[in-house]
Design a binder for this molecule. Structure first.
Ligand SMILES: C[S@@+](CC[C@H](N)C(=O)[O-])C[C@H]1O[C@@H](n2cnc3c(N)ncnc32)[C@H](O)[C@@H]1O
Length: 375
């Protein structure tokens, strides 16, 4: 039997994602299964089509709505979105974007897909506002622009062309700003000792730590994620001990750690490029709920920390609620900690901590705070 084309695999994956499945999970599974006959180059093309179309969903839907007024089945809509994305954003030659997308569309809708994409070839896009043009929900657009002004706008635009991280020397692929967090953890404790990483999966930061640590514990609440953490640790940092549990109620004794990293669950608003569907999944309401989990994780981290130990808090988001507000309320509750200055010119100063906005270096956005326990 003839294998599927790149565009057929992409349409099927986009249909799954539109029904609510996570883009990165669907893509990985489809490339391995439906796309197994494809070359590496074709797989990269499927990735570009799926991630790009998912990111630009609001923008392409705005254009499609000019030509189609009724609701469409997910698979037909997926083909139209993918064709429009190629024409408007990828600059694919019209004959390939139209003909090859029609070939990949459900047969029952090939007439409609052909007619709409032929009209799309001549469209000069007019956008009602920048949130539509750059394809973000209004609340995310407003939050960035209200918080960071023109730099918030730049951040959002840069997340539509996300980082393609280079592998580390050991082969693991980790974003640059995530590596800077591991470096900061190492730099603040040159003598090493015992490190507890309270929110460790998938293990990028744990496995990037330097050699000074005599013992590293990697804790993760989600059993499935802890299993993949174990595999990553076995390959890239054997000797790290994985623990499955809630980091707000960990099994570690008081004062057992020389350093604790809380790389907390967060809204991920600094990583919207890497997670193409995240902008459509996250709700504004989640931010306050996440901030209270972040508070609880910091309290537990402090319990584990020995005097003179260093606590690092990091999140791949840039909201005030999850960065400066969490940090300021934490130091307000604890006289026994002092704020440490950060090394590394990449960090902007941010309420005693550091921040990288996505457009600074074309990486994920990241915030970091470090404190030393004095007594
Ligand atoms: C930002 S990710 C960590 C990324 C990881 N440090 C890395 O660099 O690869 C946050 C992780 O915390 C986990 N998590 C969420 N709530 C937690 C909790 N209460 N205790 C421990 N882990 C938690 C999530 O399942 C997720 O794997």
């Amino acid at each position: 039997m003839k294998g599927l084309t790149s565009r057929q695999v992409a349409v099927q994956a986009l249909t799954e994602i539109d029904r609510g499945s996570r883009a990165n999970v669907v893509l990985a599974a489809f490339l391995e299964d439906q796309g197994r006959g494809l070359s590496q180059r074709d797989k990269a093309f499927v990735t570009e089509l799926v991630q790009g179309t998912t990111r630009m969903r609001r923008a392409v839907d705005h254009l499609i709505e000019h030509f189609v007024k009724r609701n469409l089945d997910s698979d037909v809509l997926a083909a139209l979105r993918m064709g429009t994305y190629q024409l408007i954003h990828l600059g694919t030659p019209a004959h390939a974007a139209v003909n090859d997308t029609v070939e990949a569309a459900p047969r029952r809708a090939s007439g409609l897909v052909n007619a709409v994409l032929r009209k799309m070839v001549d469209v000069d896009p007019q956008w009602p506002d920048e949130a539509t043009k750059f394809s973000y929900p209004d609340w995310i657009w407003d939050l960035f622009v209200n918080t960071w002004g023109a730099e918030g706008r730049e951040s959002l635009i840069s997340m539509n062309a996300p980082e393609r991280p280079r592998p580390r020397p050991d082969g693991y692929i980790q974003g640059q700003s995530s590596r800077w967090v591991s470096e900061a953890v190492d730099q603040a404790s040159p003598g090493g000792g015992i490190l507890v990483d309270l929110c460790a999966a998938p293990g990028g930061k744990t496995t990037a730590m330097g050699p000074a640590w005599s013992k590293v514990w990697a804790n993760e609440i989600d059993p499935a994620r802890a299993r993949s953490l174990e595999k990553i640790v076995d390959s890239y940092r054997p000797g790290v001990q994985v623990v499955v549990g809630d980091g707000t109620k960990s099994p570690f004794r008081d004062g057992c750690a020389d350093a604790v990293l809380v790389d907390a669950p967060c809204s991920g608003l600094g990583a919207l490029g890497r997670r193409s569907d995240a902008r459509w999944q996250i709700s504004e309401k989640a931010i306050n709920r996440l901030a209270s989990i972040q508070d609880a994780l910091l309290e537990e981290a402090l319990r584990l920390l020995a005097p003179q130990g260093v606590l690092t808090y990091s999140v791949c988001t840039v909201t005030q609620a999850e960065t400066s507000d969490v940090a300021e309320s934490f130091i307000g509750r604890h006289q026994e900690i002092i704020t440490l200055g950060l090394q590394g010119e990449h960090w902007r100063k941010h309420h005693g901590g550091g921040l990288v906005l996505p457009h600074d270096f074309g990486t994920d956005g990241m915030a970091i705070f470090q404190w030393k326990r004095e007594s």
